[in-house]
Design a protein around this ligand. Structure first.
Ligand SMILES: [Zn+2]
Length: 329
């Protein structure tokens, strides 16, 4: 798929500034971070990795629900698998590929990159990438860091990911947040360069809605469950009007009203347990509304890997932004 450029026209004096235009179908990608409820960052202090075995696995039930929803709606998605989940449920990643979805990596044990070193991360991503490739027979091209933890402090990870053979990353959230985010990162695809300028990754940031000079997170997760669906729709419409891809993200446990109660603090409880019952209906609404409208088509719902050439073209248009280069020392 190639980008079609609009001919440049000079506006008449006094006319409003021209709006960005695109002549192609907008790109919308549904992504799922495949992890168990007890592996989320909000439970990190309350449930250590050594105690994960005390909690019943729910990921298979929730993946069944999602795969069925995608099958019914004709939506194909990208699944960022946690290595330890793929190891315990060795048929799940293969099932995704057999149903036309893409499998990518979410690391091994859901450690934020801030808790890893370049060497431990190297082992983490190499092992989990190889496991997923063995299980699916397909190359794993993409990576998403647990809890969006690719930030200026962890920019050394770009070299590690490129060395391991990843082509794209989808971990840089271009917003301000106490746990993550690079607020001045672009809201469309751009390139990340490693510290020595030798390695390069295509970066695909999650959808944000730009309003009153700020970028608001509307791409999924807690924002999707806690806020009205109209905010995500506004973000989707704005991205479409600007020819910007909309990368959305969800987790299997977000569709599980019967998820066991974990000993979380009040904020963690609110963020984790709100909106679970309505999440499946909301996701189906988003998929249907933005799948058959006049501005979208089913081709807008391909997995990320199938859009790579087009994303690369868009990244070039941003002027080869190299966000983390200076911060990698
Ligand atoms: Zn995660």
């Amino acid at each position: 798929m190639t980008q079609t450029a609009e001919p440049t026209r000079q506006p008449a004096p006094g006319s409003p500034a021209p709006q960005p235009q695109t002549t192609e179908v907008p790109i919308r990608c549904v992504t799922i971070d495949v992890e168990e409820y007890f592996q989320i960052e909000a439970a990190h202090g309350a449930i250590g990795q050594a105690n994960w075995g005390d909690w019943p696995s729910r990921v298979r039930r929730n993946m069944d629900l999602l795969l069925d929803l995608f099958d019914r709606t004709g939506c194909r998605a990208t699944f960022f698998f946690l290595g330890c989940v793929a190891e315990r449920h060795p048929d799940l990643a293969r099932r995704c590929v057999d149903m036309g979805h893409e499998v990518a990596s979410h690391g091994l044990m859901h450690d934020r990159l801030h808790r890893l070193t370049p060497e431990t991360m190297r082992q983490d991503v190499q092992w989990s990438k190889r496991l997923l490739e063995d299980q699916t027979g397909m190359p794993v091209l993409g990576y998403r860091a647990p809890t969006w933890s690719l930030t200026r402090q962890t920019s050394w990870a770009v070299d590690v990911l490129a060395d391991a053979g990843f082509v794209y990353d989808a971990s840089v959230f271009p917003v301000r947040h106490p746990m993550y985010g690079v607020p001045d990162a672009p809201d469309r695809p751009f390139y990340l360069e490693g510290g020595a300028g030798q390695s390069r990754l295509l970066e695909l940031p999650p959808l944000t809605w730009r309003v009153m000079g700020k970028k608001l997170a509307v791409a999924g997760g807690g924002y999707f469950r806690l806020l009205p669906l109209s905010l995500m729709k506004r973000g989707l419409n704005q991205a479409a009007a600007e020819g910007r891809p909309a990368i959305l993200y969800f987790h299997p446990w977000e569709f599980d009203p019967d998820m066991p109660k974990m000993p979380l603090n009040m904020t963690g409880r609110m963020r984790t347990y709100t909106g679970l019952r309505s999440a499946a209906d909301k996701l189906e609404q988003i998929i249907r509304d933005f799948d058959s409208g006049s501005e979208a088509s089913v081709t807008g719902w391909l997995p990320i890997g199938e859009h790579l050439d087009r994303f690369k073209t868009m990244a070039k248009q941003t002027g080869g932004f190299t966000l983390l280069r200076q911060a990698a020392a």
